[in-house]
Every structure is written in C-alpha cells, then in structure tokens.
Design a binder for this molecule. Sequence first.
Ligand SMILES: [Zn+2]
Ligand SMILES: [Zn+2]
Length: 720
Amino acid sequence: MPILQIALDTPLDQLFDYRAPDADKTDIGRRVRVPFGRRELVGVAVGLAETSSIATEQLRTVIEIDRESPPLPGDILRLARFAAGYYQHPYGATLLALLPPALKRPAFRPPPAAAYTLTETGRKHVAELPARATAQRRLAERLAGGPVATAQLTDLRPSMRDWLKRGWIEAAKPPGTRSEAESLPELTHAQKTALDQMAEAGTGFATWLLHGVTGSGKTEIYLRTIERTLAAGRQALVLAPEIHLTPQLVERFSRRFPDRKLVSLHSGLADGERLAGWLDCLAGQVDIVLGTRLAVFTPMPRLGLIIVDEEHDPSYKQMEGLRYHARDVAVWRARQTDIPILLGSATPALESWANAGKDRYRLLSLPERAHAAANLPATRLIDTRTDKPVQGLSEALRTALGDNLSRHEQSLVFVNRRGYAPVLYCKACGHVSACSRCAAHMVIHRFGGGYQLRCHHCGLAARPPEACPQCGSLDLHPAGQGTQKVEDTLATLFPEARILRVDRDTASRKGAFDAMREAIGGREVDILVGTQIVAKGHDFPNLTLVGVINADQALMSTDFRASERLFAQLMQVGGRAGRADRPGQVLIQTDYPHHPLYSALVAHDYPAFASLTLRERRQADFPPWSYQALLRADARSMSEALAFLEQAHRLGLESSEQVTLYDPVPALMHRVANRERAQLLVQSPSRTRLQRFLTPWIAALRALKTGGLRWSIDVDPLDG
Ligand SMILES: [Zn+2]
Ligand SMILES: [Zn+2]
C-alpha cells in the first residue's frame, strides 16, 4: 500500500504519513486533503514510501489528491526545504506559507485562469445604466481598466454569468504583437560596460551587484538583461520592495515587453487575482514575474534570471513566521538553478558590499546619472546649533522653501515620524505620556477636531489627559515634531501653499497613493510633507528641494544598523530632488554637521560611508563580519521569559559547536501589549558553524514544555 509523506502547516517539525491507495510518484508536489485530528487540512505530498514507522492500522487515509492543477516542481520543494532548514522553521509550515491563500482552503476547485473584457455592446449597455446601478457600474469600471480574471468577477455582483450570456463581456484575447517598437534609450558608457561584462560571463550562476545612484539607469540594465533572457526562451523573476506603491515599475516593464506575459505578485492583490497569476506561473505560461519578497518562491520552470531591485531594502526580510530574507533566498535559488542574479541599489546592504569586496559578488558600477543634464542634487548641512529651528524648521530651510514656492517649484519636507508629536510632556514634573501596555511613549495624533494619544506598538488609543496624571499640573505640551505638526507649521508659514502629507496614516487608504502621485505630477501640490514612504521609487520631475528634519536621532540609536538605514534613507529621499533638466538641492538639519555619515552623504560617496562603517563593525565583530541568530521569548512576566532563555543558554553551552552565546537580556522594547520580552543572541564567525549549532539546539528547545511562553528564532535578524 503506497504511503504519502505529507507536509502540513503545523508547529511540529515533521512530515505526516497517510495511506494513499492510488498514489504514485507523479503525486509528489501535489496538494492533498487529509484528516488531522478532528479537522481536515490541506497539505502537500513531498514523498512516497512503501512502509511507515507507524503501524498500518493506525494510519489514516488521504481524502483527496488534487490532480487538476500541476504539482509543485521539485526545485520549489527543494527551495522550501532549504529555507526551512536555514531559518529553523518547520518544513510543512514553510511549504504551505508559499502557496497563495486560496490554495490553502480545503475546496479543490481552482478557477480557470481565463480573463474577460467588456465588449462593444457591453460598453453601450454601461453607458445607458441609471445612476443608481452602482454595483453594475463598479463591475464595468473594473472591466474598462483591462481584462479581469474570473475569480474576481465572481466577487462582484451582479453575476458575471448573466453578462456573459448577454454578450456584454467576452474572454480576453491574448496580448497582440508589439504594435510599435519602443525606441530604446541610448546607453551610457557605464551601462554598456556593465551589460558587456554580464554578457561575457554567460548564463551560469553569478551574483552581480549593480551599484548606481538614483537616476543612473539601473532599470535600463534590468530591461536589457531581461530582453536577452526572454530571447533565449527563458523566464525572468524581478523582486522589488512594495510593488503596490510603485505601479510605474510595472508600467515600464509592460511597455517594454508588450507581447510578453507579465504577472505581478504581491500581498495587495485580491486572493483570486493572486491565485490566477500564480497558477499561470506554475503552468509555465508567464515570461516575467514582478513581485515582492514572497514572489521569490514562485514556481517558474524556465527561470533564467533573477533581479532584486533596491536589494538593501529592509522589507525583503519577513519579521514573523518564516523569518526569511528574500534576497538571500534568491541568491540561493540562482545558485541552485545555475543562473545569474542581479542585485541593484544606490546604497547596497553592507553584507552585499562586503561580499563584493571578497569577490563573492561581482561589482558593476554606474557612477553618473543617465541624463547628462540631471546632475546630482547639491546636499547642504544646516547647523542647528547656530540656526535654531522654530517648530522644527531652521531659518535656512524656511527661506529655501519660500524661494522654491515663489519659483513655483515643488518641495519635500522629510520627517520620519508620523502623528502630531512623539510625546506629551509635563513641564512641571517631566512626566511623559506612556502606554500602559508597552514600554513605549504614546504618540499624539490629530484626530477629528481634537487630539488623541496612540501607541504605535499595540494600537492602544486614549484621550489626552487634561492634567498631568503624576503631579496634576495643567502645563502639558506636545514635544518634538511629527508629520501632522510640520504640516500645520508649514500651513501657518506659507498660507498660500498647497500642502500634502504622505505617511502610513494617509497612504493606507486604497487608491491614496495613486491620487497622491497624480496630484504631485499634475502640479497640484507645492509642499509635500512625508515619511520615508514618500521616497519609495517615485519620479517627481518638478521636485527641486528636499528638506530633512530630525535625522540625528538615528545617530544616537543603540541599533548598530541604524546609521546604515539612515544613510540609505537620506540618499533615497535626496535622490527625489532634481530629475530630468532641473538641478535639485537637499538641506539636512543637524546638530552634528561634522559627523562622517553626513560628510559622505554631501559627497555622494557611498563607498566611503561603507568602508568606514564596515571598519567599525569589524572592530565590534558585528555582521557582516559575524553571523547572528536571535532567540526571542515573551511571557506574562519577565522572570518567566528570562528563565526560559537561561535554560536555552545552558542547553547551548552543552553543544560541541563553538559559538558565542550571550547572556539572556530584556529586549529594548521589553514590554508590548502586556507581554514581557527578552532575547538571547548567538554569534559565530562562520555561517556553517552557526547552522550546525542551531539545528540540534532548536530541536531541543521544541521538545521543552513552555506553557504560556512564546518563543521564536530569527536567523540573520535585522533588528534587536
Ligand atoms: Zn506633571
Ligand atoms: Zn502599547
């Protein structure tokens, strides 16, 4: 009797054996429905055996094998196996996390991936619709925007079947041939050299690190290498951070490859859309996949190239569950598939830069901006010890904003704090508003007509107190600057200016980003106030001034990666100023104008910043000169969390593997939502040694009874 070994999404790090009377080895990689306890679960068959260590009469039987859709290919099973092993996460949970949510439900009816468009008669019908037919209008609007997959159509009322019957919609035709070849931009010398180097190296595995400032033409390099890959009959996988925020990237790719099938995969898609795209990939019908971090696991049978844009971006690291880094998984996948991978950034992660220094990665440089007229913005530091800011704004910045306004050019004020002010402060006794559930301050937000205190960690909201809860004084003041307060200050200073605030609070609404882009592109905005979200890959041709306030706080951080993140953010924000034919300027307010980070920034000298920071890290033995794993625990009390970590520490000391085990300590954010948090750091100069230590150690920890305590392991953590 054949027995299928099945991966299930459970916390147990094991496979489960089930009887499967009609199974054979072609079923490996297929989805299966199985009984599990009193429930029914969806799993993936990963192995076939004749015998099991469990007595035959105790084995349960598979309910159904999904033979309608193609099985997951072997390379994806291996990729999941690698990620599970490396990140110390159960294999079953890892594998199931890769599937689109729709495939994890017990109903095995994947919708056909057909898409529909509006016909001529349909268009006429819609034009005559009465105003109250809002549902029909919505459907028509979606269809007018391009083909819509069936899975989505069924989400919309009225029934699409009725529309089909009446001939108002029809199956979308496959994309036509290229109507008119887009004229290709002239390449710079540096671009040509980079492309030649890659071409000479061939189609086998190599990791390329493409370093180029904003506007230096990295995207053109991506497009040309993709073109070569497609011409050779293979597929390209492109990863980008937060694609739903950067539709221009998708547009640019579809314009360049109009007769190729391009699928974009990210978590902002409706389940049906994501499923349809994913199934097309699985069937090998897609030429280019453009996706966020999870897309690194997309099945692509003819994969010939991987590109990771903005490879330094922290959003490539998943912070919960399977804590993987998509760039690192992508490099592993490229090696396994024996294909080239191209990592691009203006400010590479120091890990990548160090790898290029060690010749593990091959460095390609684009030193200048592609448009000769678009010079790098002039960056100037404002010494706030002498030019003291009023409401956060120095005189130099106020003057520059005023000048820019009178020239009818756009400005951006970058404040990396959302809300009105970071804290409410009592002038009489020094008390600051704190969250009752977290080790954090409450942030003041403007809300409705008044104000609200909010915790950014647990979401707790409260009315601001009338009087100080500690001394009763009425002398309470908001301290510091958030985006809302800067917005208010600018409105008072420049009453004639049209101001737009962009942060996570304003951008969370669907469509808010498109509206923002349109308003800025259409010059309906004079001054933008925003957090780093505004800097993500947008082209604002009229933006010529960027002001940065409150950047210094990152220099004081206890997190050794804070300066790396700050440098990357400021380069990215500064890169928004002065595109096309207008020179831009960047003004940074600081108390430390002689800090080497700022000197490197003014000189646009990433290599100088990188070598300085890498030297500091080497002295401290920090990554990339060492490899880390962080064991985190949270419990109702700190003593409980620390006791577990002490036990883990003792178990670790018994290992024969030489690694450094630090003492368990309370986390920097030691309380979130009434849970006390502590952590234990493990470090080693060798990745292999760290891995050899972790696997048995984590297995031993899983065997412990921990009651209400929760713990997790984070390999190559980016925070903490
Ligand atoms: Zn007080
Ligand atoms: Zn809180």
